[in-house]
Design a protein around this ligand. Structure first.
Ligand code: ZN
Length: 378
């Protein structure tokens, strides 16, 4: 279901994609229209622009060691600023989104707030806004370093530690819900065989607020309300939830997979199943999804279950058949073998063939017997 990995990381998508950065570089320098005010000291202005041009040329891998990304709170800064040099093509290579400097102003700390917009122009001369980001520039003498504005944007928020989680919130915190969610994350640590770590959880009103607090003013892929969920995170210890709630179990499961499973080993099919077992899918609880699957199969006795699994068709509301089958299979595996069986499937890799190879090893279910074996589980 919904995921929040940032396009800037180009691990992108709003619905959880596993596409990896191509680390392809663009050669764009930031464009500065004549109406944009720069710092009055021209030496500082030049140094700032030079540093921005370094920042926006970095691939993901270069970002990790770059001096231009502030090293304090590095994971959060990388979550916003990593890989800005990898700008996707629009319809054709001729219409790449290009970076424009749209705002520079000094903060009370003497740092600068910088706003950059990636804008393209269609063949019909329509402007296409891709994303707009605001971040902080700190003068280091010979160059500027850049950081995400999350701490500054949430300076007036409340903070409360419950279990392994620092809950950040604006108005109120439901203690019982927060405690239950902290227990859930502690249980996930156990399931993944990892020690407890400190998790920073921001209770945001919606995905828009989560993005804006993080420094992502606008992203075309996140426009609209996206079903009232979504959010943003740094993949390490900071998670901004767009659920307006003390919990976001579905995406927290994805977060754990991102944190503890190598990118090329992650298996989306399995992940969606377990994330939905613990947190529902598109606000539909797992039990309802299984009930709907049984109902469908009873009404369509000749349906081939593998064909249903393989399509992207929706079973119920926005829930896909594949997610429903993955729920049924993961429940069965967890019941028979504990979570270690599910972990094997979670490491199967991205392709469906790899999933079935792992599934065959763990359960004996494969493509050929899927129709027969899955009926037994329902
Ligand atoms: Zn999901």
């Amino acid at each position: 279901m919904k995921k929040l990995l940032l396009f800037i990381l180009f691990v992108a998508s709003i619905k959880f994609s596993f596409a990896q950065s191509t680390d392809q570089k663009t050669a764009f320098e930031v464009s500065i229209n004549s109406n944009i005010q720069l710092p009055a000291d021209s030496l500082i202005a030049k140094k700032l622009i030079r540093s921005i041009n370094h920042l926006i040329s970095l691939t993901d891998s270069e970002s990790i060691t770059s001096i231009y990304i502030d090293s304090s709170d590095k994971a959060v800064n990388l979550g916003l600023l990593s890989g800005m040099g990898s700008v996707p093509a629009s319809d054709t290579d001729n219409f790449y989104y290009k970076p424009y400097l749209t705002n520079v102003y000094q903060l009370p700390s003497k740092d600068y707030a910088i706003q950059i917009a990636y804008i393209g122009v269609s063949p019909h001369k329509t402007p296409l806004l891709y994303y707009v980001t605001t971040f902080i520039a700190k003068d280091k003498g010979n160059y500027f370093t850049f950081s995400a504005p999350l701490a500054r944007n949430t300076i007036n928020w409340h903070k409360e530690k419950i279990g392994m989680i620092n809950f950040y919130y604006k108005l109120s915190l439901d203690q019982a819900k927060a405690k239950s969610f902290a227990d859930y994350t502690a249980d996930l640590c156990k399931k993944f065989g990892q020690p407890l770590f400190t998790l920073n959880y921001y209770k945001c009103e919606n995905e828009q607020e989560a993005n804006q607090l993080y420094g992502l003013d606008y992203y075309v892929g996140a426009n609209g309300d996206n079903g009232g969920e979504g959010g943003n995170n740094d993949g390490v210890s900071t998670f901004l939830s767009g659920t307006n709630s003390e919990e976001y179990r579905h995406d927290m499961f994805h977060f754990f997979c991102g944190k503890f499973i190598k990118a090329d080993e992650r298996c989306r099919i399995t992940e969606e199943g377990s994330a939905s077992i613990y947190g529902g899918d598109w606000s539909v609880p797992a039990d309802t999804i299984v009930y709907q699957l049984k109902k469908y199969i009873a009404a369509n006795p000749t349906a081939n279950l593998y064909d249903l699994f393989h399509t992207n068709d929706r079973l119920y509301k926005l829930v896909r058949f594949q997610v429903a089958f993955s729920i049924v299979i993961n429940k069965y595996v967890e019941q028979k073998q504990g979570f270690s069986g599910v972990l094997k499937l979670l490491h199967a890799g991205a392709e469906e063939d790899n999933y079935f190879k792992a599934l065959n090893n763990v359960t004996g279910i494969n493509k050929d017997n899927f129709n027969v074996e899955c009926r037994k589980l329902l």
